[in-house]
Design a protein. Sequence first.
Lengths: 500, 145, 122
Amino acid sequence: MSLSAHLPALQVVLPLLSAPLAVLLRHGGFACAVVTAGAWAAFAAAVGLWLQAGEVGVVSYHIGSWAPPWGIEYRVDRLASFVLLLVSGTAAIVLPYSRASIEREIPREQHYLYYAMFGLCLAGLLGITITGDAFNIFVFLEISSLSTYVLIALGRDRRALAAAYRYLIMGTIGATFIVIGIGFLYLMTGTLNLADMAERLRDVESSRAVLAALAFLTVGISLKLALFPLHQWLPNAYTHAPSAVTAFLAATATKVSVYVLIRFWYSVFGESLVYVELPLPRIMLLLSLAAMFAASFTAIFQDNLKRLFAYSSVGQIGYITLGLSFDSIDGLTASIVHLFNHGVTKAALFLLIGGMVIGLAKSGTVPPAPTFDRLAGLAKRMPLTCFGIVIAGLSLIGVPGTAGFVSKWYLIVAALEKEQFWLVGAILLSSLLAVAYVWRFVEVAYFKPAAEGTTRREAPLGLLIPAWLLVIATIWFGLDTSFTVGTAAEAAQQLVRVGK
Amino acid sequence: MRNDLVLRVVGKLLIPFILLFAIYVQFHGDFGPGGGFQAGVIFAAGIVFYALIFGLENARKVVPDALVEAMLAAGVLLYAGVGVAGLLLGGNFLDYFVLDADPIHGQHRGIFWVEAGVAVTVCGVMLKIFYMFAARGDGATGLGE
Amino acid sequence: MELLAHFSHVVAVFLMVAGLYVVMARGNLIKKLVGLSVFQTSVYLLYIAPGKLIGGTAPILAPQYGLYSNPLPHVLILTAIVVGVATLALGLALAVRIREAYGSIEEDEIIAADNAAEEARP
């Protein structure tokens, strides 16, 4: 048995196995060790798959040795391997961080359940990415969503419960829309394997049922990826969840949903259906612009730092979907790069905020909400944390030298290629809004006088190190783009070539 | 309902048959309607029935909380374990063909253990949900109704 | 007769819309969950109905039968039912916890309580 041939299965099974083991162990420390080991193993598998997919193009794995289209196929192409790296890498960094952070945010007897839920959520997200079977996508989607609702409800504030409930309702509606779409596709093609489905759809193209399937899937996935105006669940959920959970979700959950949208649009329906038959790109363009402006504008007026950056997430998702609306390889590349870069940036940001609130609280107490009145002069007290937030903020704005610049650059190139010059202006203008909300933090933390007798007291090191790893990654991917842009461009070319 | 003689007698009579029926459904899943899901739910229903008649405390003595939680995890592990066994014996993940020298017999063996895992987990989940909701009304929260 | 020919789809669409309406129109958290369940159930029907062939038997190979119903939709929906049950259980559990934390399961009262708490904060 050679290990490398079974990487696609191990990718999902190892984190999936870690969850019940964590429940059996019933001890926070052991559970943390098991789930962290699962996440690191998944990361190693993702690296292996990235290398394999680079060599052979598409890695295919038949679960239970049943050949597709009858059996379930795991299928890793360039795009899937890229998203797998993002998800498992974020988990591998966030889990060691959790050890120190949930100590203060979640009662001790629930710790092992937290890790079990985290393991399930990770396995679900990896499963969505890797599977080549339409119904399997729904099942993994629900595994990750259900565990996500629980993780959000673990927040200490009672509003976390209301936020989790709201997300449950909206998320389930979204997931049910997705099943309806898959149901129509199954009725029309008689297959659930995505590649086979694309093949057979060519014969039944432009039937009304297929268009209905496309509409249901697009709306359902848009709910999951928090496309404006379907983003109502996101701000509260991100604000009140434990900080490690917020960081993980912000970096992965919505990004995996974007991946599912790209998968259905390009690998199943193909360009002619999505971009010619239905006015989807125009709708996508309008909604993306609305997200970029409305959500970023709302962000400026938030009092809670976590909430501010939650709204900023909705705005940044607008950039990702904007790239999809172009119907060009450059636009798709920009989307995929921004999906990755924004994930890394937001994870760094929320990890730093989590460390900051724990540094603010007296030891042994529940950390307070990061409202602006508590942050006055914070740069004196926690210079490293604040500096990290500023760097991540610069990446949100898109300042050269950070990851955010790279993706915005490619977005502008794609807009220029389409000769949509006003869009370039819109992108720059919405970046100004990002300047405004990041400046609010800078003004309060750096220019407001600190309380008398403030001494330097950083967030705990166990929180600072993982967060700074991601901050350094933000700068690294801003300077060396060979990995991110290289993989994204290959992925985009592969998708468009297959879709033709 | 603790003091209702009819219920107590009928309950004592019926519960063994309910549990037996669950096991029948479990093993008959090969040839007819049945299998792990249904068997797990029927088995849990027997225990829920017991809890309704004899009280939650007594049911907790028969099937303690720790056991229920262990069942939750053990079933999933059993299922995944079958998959890993397929890997170790040289097939793909969840490959039942390699579980026995005769591939058809291997399929039987694989589905048997998978269904066993499903039954254990489903039964555990049902009991866990019942225990959690039933314990809420005990006035411990000040909202007992 | 067009309508009768698509009877199962008409029922499914009615349940779908009715469920979705209840989710959106009702403020009571439990009623919302009921609506959500109806909505999900409509999808089960959407899958199951086309899988049934009139006169078809269970797909067990035997010489005397030639017409089989498609078993795949049933398997898929069995999974979807389990997912639905899990969602409902989690939703109800959250509703119980919300009642304990807020003393109400009416959405507008919960929002009012949050706003009041927000204003009380200096």
